[in-house]
Design a protein around this ligand. Structure first.
Ligand code: ARG
Length: 468
């Protein structure tokens, strides 16, 4: 059902001061209802809390409150059901809801805005939105973390090289590699939780800039909306959007992490690496080259990173050097927030699917271990553990690598005599040190890839992520 509001008595929606209506060009340029209607739930929740408080302090009678409550809930139902008629002339979500309330319930609708400005109203709405968005995205990141932990559990005994500079470096467990991302995601969640906690103060009652003459019960509205407390300064509360910046910063860092995971999936699914095969359901072919299987999902996740970081930069530049209090520039704060929230949540979800369904090529990973002299550090450590200064031991190990290179073989394929010709201290036990599994197991430190350490890390993550 569509209700049309009674036209305002004066020429302009802005009341008696104005002799003319806003021009069409200006109105189109200034309106924000197309995008800020996404705040409708929060806006109505804020209005319900404000109205209940107005009744509590005696500004509204019980009957007036009941009408306002009925009107707002009806509007909320219509918005939820998609039948609400947005009026482009009513600038934003706040004016659309309020004007419709008056259209439905009569004059009493005009009392809702007592002691309130759109400045504290929109600041409240946006905090409510950002607070729950932080939780939503954090949950999507947790879901990706769970997918990674599940895959890690299945790959504890899969060995591959760890890389530095994209050069084969040291032997590693695939599980340890995957769990590195779980750690990043844990901190990403932490940053979002921190941001949500810090923003959790209610601006309602800050008015347009310096509060209001009505004796509002700010603690009451704050509590009704689940805030920890009311904000402490009316200019700050209406004019700052650091909570949006903080959310976007946390989202940008998270998205950068997702891009790194995505890049490894791209790299690992090349024929050159061949460590991973993405599921058919997550890859595309080429219209020209029939052999192609492209890791598009990972590429698009990688590609969306510029967009999310752009959202952060967008907001920071909008805020830069804005004088206090509220300025209309702040209307531009919403799109980057909405965009980044949607993008990061979508990227995390699609990566969780891709990670769950992809196939690891354990043989290829194992083969890569054998061809990269990844146990050269073991040779140096073997000598250093027997008293040779590490710098010297490193030099010796380098010579052994050079020897293996010139002979075209692995370190373990050189004879003991060859080892001893380079350093007399070597004995046959050097060969057991060269075993990949042994090399990994000797890295038995907190945070290192020894089997028991990896299992502990997985168990800890399972507990934290409530994986049962
Ligand atoms: N649409 C505006 C915004 O998003 C609402 C606040 C407008 N306040 C004002 N004084 N014009 O920021």
């Amino acid at each position: 059902m569509c209700y049309r509001g009674a036209e305002m008595a004066t020429k302009s929606a802005w009341g008696g001061r104005f002799a003319e209506e806003l021009s069409e060009t200006a109105s189109k340029f200034l309106e924000s209802w197309q995008f800020d209607q996404r705040l409708a739930e929060e806006d109505i929740a804020g209005s319900l809390a404000h109205a209940a408080m107005l009744q509590h302090i005696g500004v509204l009678s019980a009957d007036e409150f009941a009408k306002i409550e009925r009107g707002l809930k009806g509007i909320r139902d219509d918005i939820r059901g998609g039948t609400f008629q947005w009026d482009p002339k009513r600038e934003d979500v706040h004016m659309n809801v309020e004007a419709e309330l008056t259209a439905r319930e009569g004059e009493v609708g005009g009392k809702l805005h007592t002691g309130r400005s759109r400045n504290d109203q929109v600041a409240t709405d946006l905090r409510l939105f950002a607070r729950s968005a932080c939780g939503r995205v954090a949950d999507a990141l947790d879901a990706l973390a769970r997918a990674l932990v599940t895959r890690a559990e299945g790959e504890v005994d899969t060995l591959l090289p760890a890389y530095t500079h994209v050069q084969r470096a040291q032997p590693n467990r695939l599980a340890h590699h995957l769990m590195a991302y779980v750690e990043m995601l844990r901190r990403d969640r932490g940053r979002l939780d921190d941001a949500a906690r810090r923003m959790n103060e209610s601006p309602l009652g800050s008015g347009a800039v310096c509060g209001t003459t009505f004796a509002l019960d700010r603690a009451m509205t704050s509590e009704a909306l689940g805030f920890a407390r009311p904000t402490a300064n009316s200019l700050d509360a209406t004019a700052d959007r650091d909570f949006v910046a903080e959310t976007l910063a946390a989202l940008s860092i998270a998205q950068v992490h997702l891009s790194r995971l995505a890049e490894e999936l791209v790299l690992w699914s090349t024929q050159e690496f061949g460590f991973v095969e993405m599921a058919d359901a997550h890859t595309t072919g080429s219209s020209m080259m029939p052999q192609k299987k492209n890791p598009d999902i990972a590429e698009v996740v990688r590609g969306k990173t510029g967009r999310v970081v752009g959202d952060l930069v967008n907001l920071l530049v909008t805020l830069k050097a804005l004088p206090l209090g509220y300025n209309r520039d702040l209307q531009e704060d919403k799109l980057p927030l909405f965009d980044a929230v949607d993008t990061v949540a979508a990227c995390a979800a699609v990566l969780a699917d891709a990670v769950s369904a992809m196939r690891f090529n354990r043989e290829r990973m194992r083969a890569a271990l054998g061809a990269g002299f990844v146990t050269a550090t073991e040779v140096a450590d073997w000598l250093a553990a027997r008293g040779v200064p590490f710098r010297q031991a490193h030099e010796v190990a380098g010579k052994i690598v050079a020897k293996a290179l010139s002979e075209g073989c692995e370190l373990a394929a050189l004879s003991l005599e060859t080892y001893q010709s380079i350093h007399p201290m070597f004995d046959a036990s050097i060969f057991s040190a060269l075993d990949f599994e042994t090399a990994i197991e000797r890295r038995d430190l907190l945070g290192a890839p020894a089997r028991a350490r990896v299992l502990t890390a997985i168990a800890e993550a399972r507990g934290r992520l409530k994986m049962g």
